[in-house]
Design a protein around this ligand. Structure first.
Ligand code: NDP
Length: 353
């Protein structure tokens, strides 16, 4: 019988683990299945969305510094990034997403957090203690559950987009951008938020040119990110434009994209070997099968102001799975801490701590 099970392994999950471990609640983190093809395709791999990003410049505590020494001393050798093991310098390096997540995971383990690398596929919140079932059929019983499963990238839903997934269509530049098919070729990123600008900027390392295609005439991205796009000579912004169809063939994958200007109706084709979607996210709540109340946009509903309570007593939610507004690593970690304290108080109140 577990006192606290944390489902999910992004900043919310690890913050919850650190706090509950330090409160002697011996948390179990179910971090996700690293070998699942579905997880790879959806971008729901262990360590969450940050493991799919590059530099993290807005998580407090990591200015440009000698990160190598920090990573080397904090992580077991087999979990150190290749450049640390190879003793290479990264000048002015702060921290990147995978490194930050590896540090959080290690910090949680240092206080005795247990971790299993499986997916939760089913829950039963109809009776206490609650039961969780993992993809290999293991069942786990818990007095409290913290759901921190995050959100995943959206696709447009065009049949041609689906047809060319993994053959030129991707929702993760960091995962796929370095593939040979994208080298020295024009690429397209769709979306106007911070993610889109980040992906476009990253892709300029490999592409001959990156078109950033937005459906309105303004970017949604923060000012500093917008400026980065404007200043990059390899990025061209195409406004008021939506994707009509992905063009290509079985042999070459994506070869071009047909667009429509939504002001004039004019259609045009751009030659490109890759399409990267950066158009927002969907919360990972499928395994809950409606047992926890959701908001109209499908995120877990926090039922009490300034608490991480859900509609089920003893089940708490933290991070992007319940937050469609802030969606930052630091705010996810913050609500992870809140969920841990809420779980601890619940257990104490019920004499279960
Ligand atoms: P956002 O919701 O901020 O942006 C989504 C973008 O996709 C918008 O430009 C939106 O267009 C566009 N879009 C949505 N649906 C469609 C569609 N069907 N067709 C065409 N375009 C579409 O999501 P992000 O993932 O960019 O960012 C999420 C959060 O994460 C934000 O809070 C962001 O600040 C943060 N973030 C921060 C980073 C950083 O600071 N380094 C990096 C990445 C993310 P429209 O604007 O017209 O609605």
């Amino acid at each position: 019988m577990e006192k606290v099970v944390i489902i999910g392994s992004g900043p919310a999950g690890w913050a919850a683990a650190i706090y509950t471990a330090r409160a002697n609640l011996h948390p179990l983190v179910i971090e996700g299945d690293p070998l699942s093809e579905k997880n790879r395709q959806q971008g729901t791999i262990p360590l969450g969305q940050l493991s799919l990003t590059t530099e993290v410049e807005n998580y407090p505590g990591f200015p440009a510094m000698h990160t190598r020494e920090l990573l080397k001393s904090a992580l077991p050798v087999e979990e150190q990034p290749y450049w640390v093991v190879a003793n290479k310098e990264q000048p002015n390096h702060g921290i990147n997403g995978p490194e930050l997540m590896a540090l959080m995971r290690q910090q949680a383990r240092n206080f005795g957090t247990r971790v299993i690398s499986k997916d939760v596929v089913k829950v039963d919140f109809s009776k206490k203690p609650y039961t969780l079932t993992t993809h290999d059929g293991e069942t786990i019983q818990a007095h409290t559950v913290i759901i921190a499963t995050g959100a995943r990238a959206n696709y447009l839903g065009l049949p041609s987009e689906d047809r060319f997934k993994n053959r030129g269509v991707s929702a993760c530049a960091v995962c796929d951008g370095a593939l040979p098919r994208f080298r020295n070729k024009p690429l397209v990123v769709i979306g106007g938020g911070d993610s889109a600008v980040e992906e476009a900027t990253y892709l300029t390392k490999f592409a001959s040119k990156v078109y950033l295609v937005i459906r309105r005439d303004v970017l949604r991205a923060s000012k500093i990110m917008q400026q980065r796009a404007f200043d990059n000579p390899k990025i061209e912004i195409i406004k008021n434009t939506e994707l009509d169809e992905v063009l290509g063939d079985d042999q070459n994958g994506v070869t071009a994209l047909r667009f429509r200007n939504n002001k004039t109706g004019e259609k045009f084709v751009l030659e490109a070997s890759g399409l990267f979607l950066a158009i927002g996210h969907t919360p990972n709540v499928g395994f809950l099968e409606g047992q926890v109340k959701l908001t109209p946009s499908g995120y877990i509903q926090w039922t009490t102001l300034a608490r991480t309570y859900t509609s089920v007593e003893g089940v708490f939610a933290a991070g992007d799975v319940a937050d469609d507004y802030y969606r930052q690593a630091i705010s996810a970690a913050g609500t992870g801490c809140m969920a841990a304290l809420d779980a601890e108080r619940y257990l104490s109140h019920h004499g279960l701590a």
